[in-house]
Design a protein around this ligand. Structure first.
Ligand SMILES: Nc1ncnc2c1ncn2[C@@H]1O[C@H](COP(=O)(O)OP(=O)(O)OP(=O)(O)O)[C@@H](O)[C@H]1O
Length: 369
């Protein structure tokens, strides 16, 4: 006997991973979109008249985000000017192809698109960086540079906010990773729906409570045009373990993802725990909890032929680069430095993104519908 939709009594065609409800396609779309709308409203993410950059990688999360943001903006008259912002990391055979998807999305959704590249901002592509550092630590470079590149692109566009497609699975993984690392500073911040609000450019995650499986379902049934190949340089094993662990727990406790997020949100940190103090990088002016930001440390290493300079123990690497700076033994600013912001301009740095590098290709065939 055909299963009935729990909302409209029509024929159900899927079982929602988040609630277990059997739904028809249209009721699923409605439930999915309304939950994102509720998240946006409850957290007061936007103000009428703002310009919002959607971090668009061409992948499923940001493609669905762009589609849903446009839909909700029209339906509920948010009054936002939406723009797609892509970072070209310079990964041949991966990002060049996914950017083609973003360019098609630009036409399909009729949104402006801005692309910034590592090459123009830093003088290095990820292909060139991987040649120097190898596969093992390349995600560190990519994550740090991408976070800053998104900020820099957003500043060029003069937007008020950035939204990214980080979903509930990403956030739960980050909570687990931070618990396992004992990284209390990041643990405290990683469940925030908006980060960087204290600076000039807040970042928001409208999919904070949205399950990745449901994003894949939504993209699949809506036949959205997205790019689903895994990054060729993404051996982020640590996140992979957290992900596998959560998937295992989910088998016996389906609410595990939301439970982990709620646990992270409810933690209170002892006042005696030393938290990083946000300031600005002495070199480039971007927000940093150290005298010299991680992006500058990594870039300095690359430009000196010491690519491992920024990898490993933070205090050692910074001491080394501070010594080099004191000696006046510092490289000139890199390409793109001219448009870097003065120290008075604050740019948010989001801890979570640097940990959010390893996305596995979703496999629609394994979904429960
Ligand atoms: N190259 C990029 N350009 C612009 N935004 C990006 C880029 N890479 C990642 N982002 C933003 O950061 C979010 C999380 O990125 P992550 O690398 O974890 O990819 P993901 O979970 O596979 O997301 P997606 O499916 O959108 O690629 C993306 O949803 C997107 O909003």
């Amino acid at each position: 006997m055909p299963v009935k939709c729990a909302i409209c009594d029509g024929s159900a065609i899927l079982k929602r991973p988040k609630t277990g409800d059997a739904l028809c396609k249209n009721c699923f779309y409605y439930a999915f979109e309304e939950e994102v709308h509720k998240t946006i409203i409850d957290a007061r993410l936007f103000t009428h008249g703002e310009t919002v950059a959607i971090g668009a990688s061409g992948g499923k999360d940001s493609t669905v985000l762009a589609y849903v943001m446009k839909e909700l903006n029209d339906r509920y008259n948010y009054g936002l000017d939406l723009v797609l912002l892509s970072v070209d990391e310079g990964i041949t055979g991966y990002r060049d192809d996914s950017l083609e998807t973003v360019k098609r999305n630009q036409m399909q959704y009729d949104l402006p698109l801005k692309i910034v590249s590592y090459e123009e901002l830093y003088g290095w592509t990820m292909d060139a960086i991987v040649q120097q550092i190898g596969l093992k630590n390349n995600c560190t470079f990519c994550g740090v540079f991408r976070r800053q590149a998104l900020d820099r692109g957003a500043m060029m566009l003069k937007v008020n906010k950035i939204v990214t497609g980080h979903n509930a699975d990403d956030i739960a993984e980050t909570v687990v990773m931070n618990v396992l690392r004992g990284d209390i500073g990041r643990l405290r911040r990683c469940t925030a729906i908006t980060t960087g609000a204290e600076g000039s450019l807040p970042r928001c995650k409208p999919f904070k409570y949205t399950y990745e499986k449901e994003i894949v379902m939504y993209a699949y049934f809506k036949k959205l045009d997205y790019f689903s190949t895994e990054c060729i340089y993404s051996p982020n094993a640590y996140r992979g373990f957290a992900r596998a662990y959560i998937k295992d727990v989910e088998k016996i406790r389906p609410s595990a993802i939301i439970d982990i997020i709620h646990s992270g949100e409810s933690l209170s940190v002892k006042t005696t725990v030393k938290m990083p103090v946000q300031g600005n990088c002495e070199r480039c002016g971007y927000i940093s909890s150290n005298a010299i930001c991680k992006a500058c440390v990594l870039l300095e290493g690359l430009n000196r032929g010491l690519p491992r300079l920024g990898i490993g123990k933070t205090h050692k690497e910074r001491r080394k680069i501070e010594e080099l700076s004191k000696e006046g033994n510092v490289n000139p600013p890199q390409s793109g430095a001219a448009e870097r912001q003065p120290t008075s301009i604050q740019t948010p740095v989001l801890a979570m993104e640097s940990l959010s590098l390893d996305r596995r290709k979703p496999d629609v065939s394994k979904l429960d519908f």
